[in-house]
Design a protein around this ligand. Structure first.
Ligand code: PLP
Length: 388
């Protein structure tokens, strides 16, 4: 079965549900047991069964099955947000005295988690150049337990050589954790490329309609139990209605992504020809660092990309952004709507120097008519120049 078909079936079974297409939503705290023996059996082995609301419900498990199918992995643990999924993965694999290597273009709140909290727990972190490739070998210490990758990275979109990084990490006994949100787990097969744990903000493309917070930690069979216990110990559980929305999102994911991809490419290629633009950071364009790796390892591109403008003052950027008609200013991308926000790459990296002086923006191409979006940006660029 091709993935597009698989996504329509994963995590649902109409035969077990009166023939109804979608599974029901179970709202649950207490699970009651008929006998003391049944209660004790559930207590002895509570993972993956219906034991207590926080451990998971049939709705939670259906969503997790769907995401595991999407990512081509055996197991998934859902979380109440993408950032919760990140912290579950980190805390599952790290303890006091351990060291982690984190890509310099990682989602900024992960940097804050490392710097503001994990340090206090005795976990040391080093940020590394996303383009390091096999050179990661020289940064791995005896205590390195996690190598964190995000590809393409937040804000700056470098594409990482994950197979080379995974080879070095595994040789040293470290696990590779990936933030796979950009590809939605659809355009990049993390587990085929050596990743051990793939984290997603399901908030983004999987939910797809900007109406729920949801995270996923997808794992190999071997790591699942540790990840699941960590989520249980921390008390993280995703809400049933949100899991339902995530599961529903999976049904249209492939179709939505194809349109996000097409429109983003259309806009990115056009922006690359504009005189106001210094550089377009879209993995499918040669101007993006790691473009050749993207061509080798990815099967497509999603709707999110970056644009570095020539040098314009902040007031000119404000004039551009304030007047947009179709692009809204907001952070959580992956919904049907187009978004545009300024980004500040020099402020969110420490291991590498950002080479551009001009302002940067991040665009999420939504599902609107592509020509409407192009006209909107064209008018914005006119305001940018006029206000400079
Ligand atoms: C948004 C995002 C997250 C966090 O997801 P939330 O659901 O907002 O907590 C994590 N990683 C990446 C790459 C993201 O874009």
């Amino acid at each position: 079965m091709k993935k597009e078909t698989l996504l329509l079936h994963a995590g649902r079974d109409p035969k077990k549900n009166y023939g109804i297409v979608n599974p029901p939503v179970y709202h649950c705290s207490t699970v009651t047991f008929p006998t003391l023996a049944a209660l004790e059996a559930s207590q002895a082995s509570p993972l993956g069964v219906v034991h207590y609301g926080r451990y998971g419900t049939p709705t939670t498990y259906a969503f997790e099955q769907g995401v595991a199918a999407l990512e081509g992995a055996p197991k998934c643990v859902s979380a109440p947000s993408g950032l919760a999924a990140i912290s579950i993965a980190m805390l599952a694999m790290l303890k006091a005295g351990d060291h982690a290597l984190i890509t310099d273009n990682a989602y900024f709140p992960l940097r804050k988690l490392c710097n503001d909290m994990l340090g206090g727990f005795g976990i040391e972190v080093t940020f590394y150049d996303p383009m390091v490739g096999a050179g990661i070998k020289d940064l791995i210490r005896p205590k390195t337990k996690v190598v964190w990758v995000e590809s393409p990275g937040s804000q700056t979109f470098e594409v990482q050589d994950i197979p080379a990084i995974a080879k070095a990490a595994h040789a040293a006994g470290a696990v590779v954790i990936m933030d796979n949100t950009w590809s939605a787990g659809y355009y990049f097969d993390a587990f085929e490329h050596g990743v051990d744990i793939s984290v997603q903000a399901a908030t983004k493309y999987i939910v797809g309609h900007s109406d729920a917070m949801l995270g996923t930690v997808t794992t190999t069979e071997a790591l699942w139990e540790k990840v699941k216990w960590t989520a249980v110990r921390l008390g993280y559980c995703a809400g049933p209605d949100d899991c339902y929305l995530g599961l529903r999102g999976l049904r249209t994911l492939a179709t939505r992504l194809a349109r996000h991809q097409e429109t983003a490419l259309f806009l990115a290629r056009w922006l690359a020809t504009r005189p106001e633009v210094e550089r377009v950071l879209h993995p499918a364009l040669a101007s993006c660092p790691g473009h050749d790796i993207w061509k080798r390892d990815f099967t497509g591109s999603s709707g999110l990309f970056g644009v570095v403008l020539k040098e314009f003052p902040k007031a000119a950027v404000a004039a551009m952004l304030d007047g947009m008609e179709h692009f809204a200013m907001g952070y959580s991308w992956g919904g049907f709507e187009s978004l545009i926000v300024p980004t500040y790459p020099p402020k969110v990296r420490s291991a590498t120097r950002w080479p551009h002086a001009g302002p940067s923006i991040r665009i999420h191409a939504g599902l609107e008519d592509p020509e409407d979006l192009k006209q909107d940006i064209a008018a914005g660029l006119k305001r940018l120049v006029a206000a400079a």
